[in-house]
Ligand binder design. Sequence first.
Ligand SMILES: C[S@@+](CC[C@H](N)C(=O)[O-])C[C@H]1O[C@@H](n2cnc3c(N)ncnc32)[C@H](O)[C@@H]1O
Length: 277
Amino acid sequence: MAEHYIHGFSDAERLRLIAQAQMLSTPVFDGLDFSGAQSLLEVGCAVGAELHLIEARAPQLTLTGLDLSALHLQAGRAWLAQHERISLVQGDAGTLPFADDSFDIGMTIWLLEHVSDAASVIRELLRVVKPTGSLILTEVDNHSFGLDPPQPAISAWWDAFNRCQAEIGGGDPFIGSRLRPIAEALGTEVLGVEVLVETPRAVISSRDSTRNRADQLQYLRELLESGAERMLAHGYATTEMQRAMATAFDRVRLRPDIAFHYGAVRLICRKTKTLTP
Ligand SMILES: C[S@@+](CC[C@H](N)C(=O)[O-])C[C@H]1O[C@@H](n2cnc3c(N)ncnc32)[C@H](O)[C@@H]1O
């Protein structure tokens, strides 16, 4: 996986994930109510940056994070050593090492874009949440990213980024728009799942006056640059493209008339029956 995962597992990526969780905490957590729950599982937790924020919002929760990457988990365990309510477990999202009906809430944040079979991950999450439990899935739709007027060097890099992620990593960078149909299809199988709410989330927006424009642009730039090593290694991009993308971000920073947007989808589902007889 290490070689094919678009963001990699460097120290810089771990710091980017912690900064990202802070930067995107409002679109990710706004409107969520954890008050009736006692246990929460985040699948694809990386270093535990989201769990750290959830703990501050809902200190009654026992929090479990699962990730495939031993490197991310090792860093996360060191970082969260004093946080006794958070435990981190290594495993694959497609075969969760937990008993049926174990958690009140199952969550993914920026995970499903990286897996080849999102439906089987959602099915596993439904298995491990309690009969009254819910899933909260917050996932990107990379079609939603754009600048106005368009910046061709940034668009070219983004197209290459998405192709690299899908073809080398095997994920789906546009999963956000498919979440609801996937969950509804699961609901018509034997499985019991009801889609409660689907909400678009503006992850980054030049129209958002509550967040600094330069910080948001810097976030986008670091996100796009996080794919550089894999994109260059696998021939999806060149250093010229990388330089042109960086120059374009410098230009946009100085041009407040250029708008930008990046969106995600939050899907909340409820389990409606126990999956095993
Ligand atoms: C973009 S990171 C998101 C991390 C975290 N949710 C956050 O918001 O900070 C995606 C994570 O998914 C993990 N991942 C990818 N495929 C996985 C799989 N099949 N099972 C478990 N984790 C996986 C990666 O190792 C990475 O840590």
